[in-house]
Design a protein around this ligand. Structure first.
Ligand code: AP5
Ligand code: MG
Length: 222
């Protein structure tokens, strides 16, 4: 079967991480999440983590030279037979770098999955988000864990992300609209964009994405 090389696009809080958890299970794809990788560097206090921390806590993008190499190395390392990218690319430079790297190895993107949601929904979701140190995501109202305050999958403690404070969320939304939204046209022009309504129930969004991916695979075989 041909490989699936997928990226997830969408504003903060649209549900990229939530869908990624389901999709990596459904399709056996390695998950490469820029935010998760950067947060791990930050908590381990690596040089990259220390450099990235200020930008992340402010709601700004981490400079391209730090992120691009990190992600291309991950793809080479884990994503040789397909991948699901969450949080990359986030601007045109990163998109070009990914396109060029894939082309050099004779590969290409299968689709850019846009999970869209309005600013109001995003703000409501991020204020109630809780997450464990392994990146499993919950919401105090929309997806509460069975055992309050603890992850159902690994039992570790749930915490609120530092950048989910209201002021930082506003800044992240601004960054998204300015730098990342142009990627919608970029992938539309290349015939790769698939849109999903992220304001729907998470299970419904997952059904729609799975149906779309099944269709893409069928079309490829015809
Ligand atoms: P990153 O971690 O990627 O953050 P983000 O893009 O802001 O996205 P989020 O993780 O906040 O939202 P999500 O869409 O994953 O939503 P989730 O599924 O959790 O990046 C963090 C920072 O790192 C950036 O600000 C930047 O500084 C840096 N960075 C990362 N990548 C970079 C790059 N490429 N270049 C430069 N810098 C980079 O869901 C949110 C909440 O809603 C949860 O509580 C969930 O339970 C709930 N929920 C989800 N779906 C639904 C639903 N359908 N209905 C109801 N509730 C739902
Ligand atoms: Mg996420």
């Amino acid at each position: 079967m041909s490989e699936l090389n997928l990226i997830l696009l969408g504003p903060p809080g649209a549900g990229k991480g939530t869908q990624a958890e389901k999709l990596t299970e459904d399709f056996g794809l390695p998950y490469i999440g820029t935010g998760e990788l950067l947060r791990r560097h930050k908590s381990e206090g690596t040089e990259l983590g220390r450099e990235a921390a200020g930008y992340m806590d402010n709601g700004d993008l981490v400079p391209d030279e730090l992120v691009i190499r990190m992600i291309l190395d991950e793809i080479e390392d884990k994503g040789r037979d397909g991948f699901l990218l969450d949080g990359y690319p986030r601007n045109l430079e990163q998109a070009d770098a990914l396109g060029e790297a894939l082309e050099e190895s004779g590969r290409s993107l299968t689709a850019a999955l846009l999970i869209d949601a309005d600013d109001e929904t995003v703000i409501q979701r991020l204020s109630g988000r809780r997450q464990c140190r392994n990146g499993h995501v919950y919401h105090v109202l929309f997806n509460p864990p069975k055992n309050e305050g603890f992850c159902e999958l690994d039992g570790t403690k749930l915490v609120q992300r530092e950048d989910d404070k209201p002021e930082t969320v506003k800044r992240r939304l601004k960054t998204y609209h300015e730098h990342t939204e142009p990627l919608i046209d970029y992938y539309e022009e290349r015939g790769l964009l698939r849109r999903f309504d992220g304001t729907r129930d998470a299970g419904e969004v997952n059904d729609h994405i799975r149906a779309t991916l099944a269709m893409l695979r069928l079309e490829e075989r015809l």
